[in-house]
Design a protein around this ligand. Sequence first.
Ligand SMILES: [Zn+2]
Length: 175
Amino acid sequence: MATIITHPLVPVAAAYLIGRDKIPPRLLVGACIASIIPDLDVIAFRFGISYGDPFGHRGFSHSFTFAALVGLMAVFFKNYFNASSGIIFTMLFISSASHGVLDALTDGGQGVAFFWPFTTERYFFPIRPIEVSPIGLRNFLTPRGMTVLWSEFILIWIPIFLFLAGITVARKKKT
Ligand SMILES: [Zn+2]
């Protein structure tokens, strides 16, 4: 995983780009949750399911199929989210799918089963600059945890903010 603090940055950025008026707060909260639920799969370790198993960590829950299912399920709660089906699906799909993408950029653990159930193969990107996050909160408040946060700040937070700032300036110029 990248950290639980960094994954929700993607839906927040997506909401900003799509437009705050189109994304009710409930939908944003739902999307933030969708960006971290793939890591509930660490529970598999408790059941003795190994990391490399399709149902192990970074397995099916990190796939694009899972992200699409999360998006589809959310559409059933259209009234609750109070947004169009297209927006709900897009927000939830991007949020959940981006989780695996960020994980595949980390320098540790095993790859991500992006294309489950079509293949159980695990993938990483060729370049993996992000320090892998320790699993579990306790391991987090350590010098190693701080190194991870710092790497995410430099490699994810700053680029996303620069990107959003660039878009904002470009939009202002147009008007
Ligand atoms: Zn993960």
